[in-house]
Design a protein around this ligand. Structure first.
Ligand code: MHO
Length: 209
């Protein structure tokens, strides 16, 4: 795992933050992920009192392995403004901190022949990131009790889980391989899992719509 000092940070609003938390977690070079609220002016937003903020995923990445531009490409490829209710909560936002980052966003859009307006995406500076409640962090992983028991046995706190590189990756694997993970967690029950049972257990990525 990379040192904290070795990573850069990127923040994206891509609709409901559960899906992108999992998706970015499996990317090479993404070291840590966390979800939260940003882009608005309300102090101390929470899920049920969000004000003018948007759900965002924040990733710490190793720029020697994956570039900010790579991450922006994934953000633009995956987001679908029509797939979420038209609320500030779910707006598409790419936070750019430097001129180099704004150039990278411009290059991705130019390569696709699109503008930020075409893809209904705000591009702005991050004023402040507020971490979301613990139960939203690594949301897919939290639904896999088989794995959560292992983290509990290893004495992980909620913050440890949120900031764990291993948990970030596993969160994506649970999402990606949900149909494998749930029956495995049910091995003791000796019951044959049905397709419906598997789907009910874990849900699906918000971005897959
Ligand atoms: N309440 C919606 C979206 C959750 S996302 C954290 C759902 O259950 O799918 O906004």
């Amino acid at each position: 795992a990379a040192d904290r000092e070795a990573t850069d940070t990127a923040t994206f609003g891509l609709g409901c933050f559960w899906g992108p938390d999992a998706q970015f977690g499996t990317m090479d070079g993404v070291v840590r992920t966390r979800v939260g609220y940003a882009g608005g002016s309300k102090s101390n937003p929470s899920y049920h009192s969000l004000g003018d903020h948007t759900e965002v995923v924040q990733v710490d990445f190793d720029p020697a392995v994956v570039t900010y531009r790579d991450l922006v490409e994934v953000a633009f490829e995956e987001h679908n403004p029509q797939a979420q209710p038209p609320k500030t909560q779910y707006e598409n936002v790419v936070f750019a901190e430097t001129a180099a980052q704004r150039d990278a966003i411009g290059a991705v859009l130019a390569a696709a022949g699109r503008t930020a307006d075409d893809v209904e995406t705000r591009i702005e500076r991050l004023s402040r990131f507020y971490p979301a409640e613990d139960y939203h962090q690594k949301y897919r992983l939290r639904s896999a009790s088989f794995f959560m028991s292992a983290f509990e046995e290893a004495s992980y706190s909620d913050e440890d889980l949120r900031e764990s590189p291993f948990a970030a990756t596993l969160n994506g694997y649970v999402d990606e391989f949900a149909e494998l993970a749930v029956p495995r967690a049910r091995v003791d029950s000796a019951s044959e899992p049905t397709l419906d049972g598997r789907k009910a257990g874990l849900g699906h990525p918000a971005l897959a719509v």
